[in-house]
Design a protein around this ligand. Structure first.
Ligand SMILES: [Zn+2]
Length: 368
């Protein structure tokens, strides 16, 4: 599989990468045209337009071409929200606000419902080893540690400030890109990665590395945007908020993961759709930017500060949460997806549809 042909001429010096085959199933690229996207959240990244295509075989949706990894520091500016995000982090006095406490409780409850049914907590007679890939400041590891107090918590994070904060909270954190960080093979019982796989240059190698690091009876939890939802179907040509352009390079649905699981000798234990109301905020911001301009769009649907709290954020995210929940109830699908893998062989599942059920996990952080 030939991947990552690079080109930097004619794009104002911005380097692009062309993957010549689908990274999930190997089908010839480019796939079928879906739409095109451009940056609308930050002002300092790139003004380029990126075509979106879909593989006809495995339904992987991706930018073609996409930004090259040499442009990571361009498309993730210093004020990138995830570098500063602390939706459930305590303040300097160690206290959480009321809203943060609600969010934290919800995060812990949701995580427990996802992983505990599949996790062999007492099978080894030793503490569980948990790895969070893209751990940010460690808030999710906090939840896991509280859920499983005897566990050992590890993280991988690219941002230096976030690494410092996560370490200060007692977690073992390696700094760098997951693909390049050295970690002991077959040593983690739970590997979790929330809204990271859509950002990486090689999602196939990303998941392969997760498998390498997993113990024989361990599990992997991946969360990512879901293209098998009504709002993607309606808005995929340009404005779907889940594009988070140009930072989401590869987008999935459950069927795409079935192809990838077969290739990597993984088994899908569970695939479920869940709500992500912030995507609707980005959808509205993109639509408003094209209709009435950036200034009004920023005021009505702030694309970055939406995460920083306040009445406007509370009202917007609350409204979009109701909208997403309604769509989930009516269609059985929402704009985010979680998948739980174990080692083993994936077989064609006939009950994929029934695997999607209503869940209770809105207001998740979409990217790390
Ligand atoms: Zn494919």
């Amino acid at each position: 599989m030939v991947t990552g042909q690079k080109e930097s001429s004619g794009n104002g010096g911005f380097s692009l990468s062309y993957d010549s085959q689908c990274l999930v199933c190997g089908a010839a690229a480019p796939g079928q045209p879906v739409g095109w996207v451009r940056e609308h959240e930050y002002r300092t990244t790139t003004s380029l337009t990126f075509p979106v295509v879909r593989c006809p075989d495995c339904r992987l949706v991706y930018l073609y071409p996409r930004p090259d990894i040499a442009e990571l520091s361009t498309i993730y500016p210093p004020d990138y929200y995830s570098y500063h995000l602390s939706m459930n982090a305590p303040d300097r006095t160690g206290k959480r606000s009321f809203v943060q406490s609600l969010f934290y409780r919800q995060q812990r409850k949701t995580l427990a419902a996802k992983v505990l049914p599949f996790l062999k907590v007492h099978a080894h007679g030793r503490p569980l080893r948990i790895l969070d890939v893209g751990c940010g400041i460690g808030s999710q590891l906090d939840s896991l540690k509280e859920m499983l107090p005897n566990s050992h918590t590890f993280g991988v994070e690219i941002n230096e400030l976030a690494v410092e904060k996560a370490r200060a909270r007692g977690h073992h954190v390696a700094r760098g890109r997951f693909e390049e960080v050295e970690l002991p093979e077959a040593s983690f019982d739970l590997i979790i990665s929330v809204h990271v796989i859509e950002h990486v240059a090689r999602p196939d190698l990303f998941l392969h590395k997760c498998r390498q690091l997993l113990t024989e009876d361990g599990i992997i939890l991946i969360e990512t945007p879901n293209t098998d939802c009504l709002d993607f179907k309606l808005l995929k040509n340009k404005h779907w908020g889940g594009y988070h352009a140009p930072r989401h390079w590869y987008l999935f649905e459950a069927e795409t993961f079935q192809h990838l699981a077969k290739r990597l000798n993984l088994k899908i234990l569970q695939a479920r759709s869940y709500t992500s109301s912030v995507f609707w905020n980005w959808t509205c911001h993109s639509l408003m930017t094209s209709v009435v301009g950036r200034k009004v769009a920023d005021a009505l649907f702030p694309p970055v500060t939406i995460f920083y709290g306040g009445i406007q954020s509370f009202m917007l995210l609350g409204f979009f949460a109701v909208l997403e929940r309604t769509l989930l109830l009516l269609t059985g699908k929402a704009s985010a997806l979680w998948i739980i893998f174990s080692k083993g062989t994936e077989e064609t599942t006939s009950d994929q549809e029934s695997a999607f059920r209503v869940c209770d996990s809105d207001l998740r952080e979409p990217c790390q």
